[in-house]
Design a protein. Structure first.
Length: 245
């Protein structure tokens, strides 16, 4: 696991055909503790995906720093980062097993690890299948297996359970909790769904405005039973809706 210190002096997208330049972040700071499950909420277009891309190192066009600290006084070393996107992004010309093994070095040991991961997400029998045969829920399970196969210290998730029915999304949230119980990671998770936020988060950060600022920063320290209680959940969702304005 790794703590993350985000300090963005400026992130702006320059003007492009027909669209003016946009200031996404200015003097934006967010510190995430090691092992925290931070859910980012906020209206469309505020910069949530941009923030994940910056933390992932995919977007370097900004002024500022992202520092990782795995503790132990060893100094800043790059952590293992997994990124689960809104779209499962499986390679259609590779089998399910090959897709899960993709982030690992080639070889028999990696195939064995990928198969063990598929067993954990309940899809071992689909290992030789191609992604087109899979339902969206199954594809999302494979994407989770591919994220966890590297035993990430930092897990970035951008609406990973969107477009599923409620029962399917609930099963995947359960699976994610189970996977994290065995392999703790620092999680930065984007969603528009306040129920999902309350069920999963140890901390919820609500973004607002342009450039984006932190409107609310809410710690949630709940037992599993409290999270599972519909009354408690509703109460929290209402409080959150109130806080989010
Ligand atoms: N490469 C780019 N060039 C120019 N503008 C961009 C680029 N990528 C994103 N934007 C714009 O920057 C803003 C922030 O985008 P971003 O995808 O980070 O928002 P978001 O909060 O994740 O939105 P959503 O909740 O809809 O996924 C949006 O207005 C978007 O149109």
């Amino acid at each position: 696991m790794s703590a993350i210190a985000i300090d963005i002096g400026e992130k702006r997208y320059p003007a492009r055909a027909g669209a003016p330049a946009r200031d996404i972040f200015r003097a934006f700071r967010l510190d995430i503790a090691s092992g925290e499950f931070l859910v980012l909420l906020g209206a469309s277009g505020l910069g949530k995906t941009t923030l994940l891309n910056i933390v992932a190192g995919l977007d370097r066009e900004y002024r500022g720093t992202v520092r990782f600290d795995a503790g132990g006084g060893a100094g800043a070393v790059a952590p293992r980062i997994a990124y689960a996107f809104q779209n499962p992004r499986l390679l259609p010309w590779r089998t399910v097993l090959e897709n899960v093994a993709l982030p690992l070095p080639p070889g028999e040991e990696s195939r064995r690890r990928a198969l063990a991961m598929l067993e954990e997400v309940g899809l071992a029998e689909l290992a030789p299948a191609y992604p087109e045969r899979l339902s969206l829920g199954q594809q999302r399970r494979v994407a989770l297996a591919r994220a966890f196969v590297i035993e990430p210290e930092v897990l970035l998730m951008d609406e990973p359970f969107v477009s599923l029915d409620e029962a399917g999304a609930a099963r995947l949230r359960d699976l994610l909790r189970r996977l994290l119980a065995g392999r703790p990671a620092t999680v930065l998770f984007v969603t528009h769904d306040s129920r999902e936020a309350v069920e999963l988060a140890s901390r919820i950060v609500v973004l607002e405005g342009t450039p984006a600022r932190i409107a609310h920063d809410i710690g949630l320290h709940l037992s599993r039973e409290e999270r599972a209680a519909p009354g408690r959940l509703e109460e929290l969702r209402r409080a959150l809706a109130g806080a989010a304005g």
